[in-house]
Design a protein around this ligand. Structure first.
Ligand SMILES: Cc1ncc(COP(=O)(O)O)c(C=O)c1O
Length: 350
């Protein structure tokens, strides 16, 4: 049975064209460096971001952690906003895999205060860890595309102190579309950039870490250490190549659909939508206070009732729902979702 799945863009399955490309991919053993399709994907990814080289990895988390491991030494401190994916959703991996300590910048949906960076930077002192890396995120998981001017403040500071910057660009192409820029412009000053094929771009698996040739050579060895040396990777890389070629240019449609969904939810008089975080394919919405407190609203019932109507959503997080648009979410499906939500509230809560 087909579901309307608004939980994330990670739920997207490969297109027919991707499946065909996988079937006919030319492959080899990538640990021997023999897989031409994997290599082509790495070269193409590096070129798209304006970097010298790239290494294919199984997931975004893997790519971020590989970057941290490759940039830092044990005992280093990493400056990072407290609401970044690496802090919230990567299982505490920087401490486990790289032996580094995270020092948090204030959360502000990806925007970094350069003054705060300067305050948190560790000057040489026998008591201090070394500030070994700065991590930023664009687009941010909070639904925002961060202005290049803000990122440039981070790069300028990092450059002045000789600290590398890693950009978690899981959705860098969404950020590029939202900002009206080329992804190269966003990636330009970062020492490493990770992006994902398996989110809005619909490939089944995979991410890539990009950077200088020297950095990627080191990262390739660390990838092996982390158990990420894969063999006939070309089957997956073939789908990712289609993702690069065919899916980036349609992300704008997901963004427009997110804005359409936001406006329909606003009109429904059930939700307040956070319009300050409506840059990409995500809609953040809270139930109106009176509805949540006066109506006998039961969230489990809400979610299971939607599920019975072939709609999947995630539970609230911090009193907020996140609905994500993607290739498989059309306007017609958005209309069906909103009408189904309205019916639930009319029946159960008023
Ligand atoms: C901003 C960001 N970074 C990294 C990741 C991790 O990607 P993966 O789920 O492939 O490990 C995600 C996943 O949603 C993400 O949103």
């Amino acid at each position: 049975m087909e579901y309307i799945d608004l939980r994330s863009d990670t739920v997207t399955v490969p297109t027919d064209e991707m499946l065909d490309a996988m079937r006919y991919a030319e492959v080899g053993d990538d640990v021997y460096g023999d897989d031409p399709t994997a290599r082509l994907l790495e070269e193409r990814s590096a070129e798209i971001l304006g970097k010298e080289d790239a290494v294919f990895v199984p997931s975004g988390t893997f790519g971020n952690q590989l970057a941290i491991m490759t940039h830092t030494s044990r005992g280093d401190e990493v400056l990072i906003s407290s609401d970044n994916h690496i802090v919230l959703y990567e299982v505490g991996a920087p401490a486990v895999l790289s032996g580094v300590q995270l020092r948090y910048l204030s959360k502000n949906s990806g925007i970094v205060d350069a003054g705060e960076l300067a305050r948190l930077f560790r000057a040489e002192d026998i008591h201090h860890p070394k500030t070994g890396l700065i991590c930023i995120e664009n687009a941010h998981t909070q639904g925002t595309a961060v202005d290049i001017a803000n990122s440039n403040e981070v790069y300028d500071f990092a450059f002045s102190r000789n600290i590398p910057v890693h950009l978690d660009g899981a959705r860098i192409f969404n950020a590029a579309v939202a900002l009206g820029k080329d992804a190269k412009d966003i990636a330009k000053n970062a020492d490493s950039v990770m992006f994902c094929f398996s989110k809005g771009l619909c490939a089944p698996v995979g991410s890539v870490l990009t950077g200088s040739s020297r950095f990627i050579k080191h990262a390739r060895k660390n990838r092996k250490l982390m158990g990420g040396g894969m063999r006939q990777t070309g089957y997956i890389a073939a789908a990712c190549l289609v993702a690069l070629e065919k899916m980036i240019c349609r992300l704008e449609e997901d963004h427009k659909n997110a804005r359409y969904l936001a406006s329909r939810l606003k009109d429904s008089a059930i939700f307040n939508v956070d319009e300050s975080r409506l840059d990409i394919n995500m809609v953040f919405a809270k139930l109106k206070k009176d509805i949540e407190s006066n109506s006998g609203f039961n969230e489990n019932k809400f979610i299971s009732s939607l599920y019975d109507d072939r709609i999947k959503i995630n539970p609230m997080h911090d009193s907020e729902y996140r609905f994500v648009t993607h290739y498989y979410i059309s306007r017609q499906k958005i209309d069906y979702f909103v009408e189904t939500v309205k019916k639930f509230f009319e029946k159960e809560c008023f």
